[in-house]
Design a protein around this ligand. Sequence first.
Ligand SMILES: Nc1ncnc2c1ncn2[C@@H]1O[C@H](COP(=O)(O)OP(=O)(O)OP(=O)(O)O)[C@@H](O)[C@H]1O
Length: 237
Amino acid sequence: MSRLTLSGITVRYGGVKPLDDVSLAFESGVCGVIGPNGAGKTTTFNVLSGFALPVAGSVDLDGDDLLAVPAHRRARWGLRRSFQQEQVVRTLTARENVLLAAEHSGSPAADADRALDYVRLARPHRLGAELTMFERRLVDIASCVVGTPRLVLLDEPAAGLDPAESERLLGLITRIPEEVGALVLLVDHDMDLVRAACGTVAVLDFGRRIAAGPTLQVLSSPEVRKAYLGIDEEVTT
Ligand SMILES: Nc1ncnc2c1ncn2[C@@H]1O[C@H](COP(=O)(O)OP(=O)(O)OP(=O)(O)O)[C@@H](O)[C@H]1O
């Protein structure tokens, strides 16, 4: 079982604090990170992947001090990430895209083929430019499971997909922990996807953690419904 702990993380950009003394803990499986626009979700991923340097706080995964791992070594350490905007290189084939991820993480080429098998991409030799949005999202997922990932960060992985495609993607995402042994963090605004994929969620709002725990319990809490879903409930007796 993996355990990821962020303790007292603060990120500052001039006068803006996208994360303000945030502490979060995630354990095995697929865990959600949710919150309204500008809450600090992507910044959290940026801290984990090394794109943002916190001015305070620490990150521990199973005894490893992640912030001590240089950003350019984190893929080799076991970090994988997908972005809101899929990152498939148009002039490379799907397989070459995944081979790039394999090389970046120090994994053998055979691992790229295993990752492509995992997502069951039908046309691995097509150029990125010729792939559908769904196929590009599959390439992103393949790049995230290549080699031996320890922590997979998925930022709105189903954006731009239709419900049937989202459903297929959901199946792939939920199997990542058991198939490759990685802890998965999922950022998404699609609450159906979050409910279906995540056993637990953490909720951010204005750079602070406002709730965390079992998904259904957290999503039904009045504070979260007010902050995130914009539902201000009157308490009736
Ligand atoms: N490089 C930066 N410089 C200044 N402000 C930034 C920077 N990056 C993020 N911010 C600000 O930090 C806050 C949090 O941004 P972040 O992208 O983490 O939010 P988010 O929860 O991912 O939002 P969304 O759901 O819209 O993607 C926002 O107010 C944003 O404008």
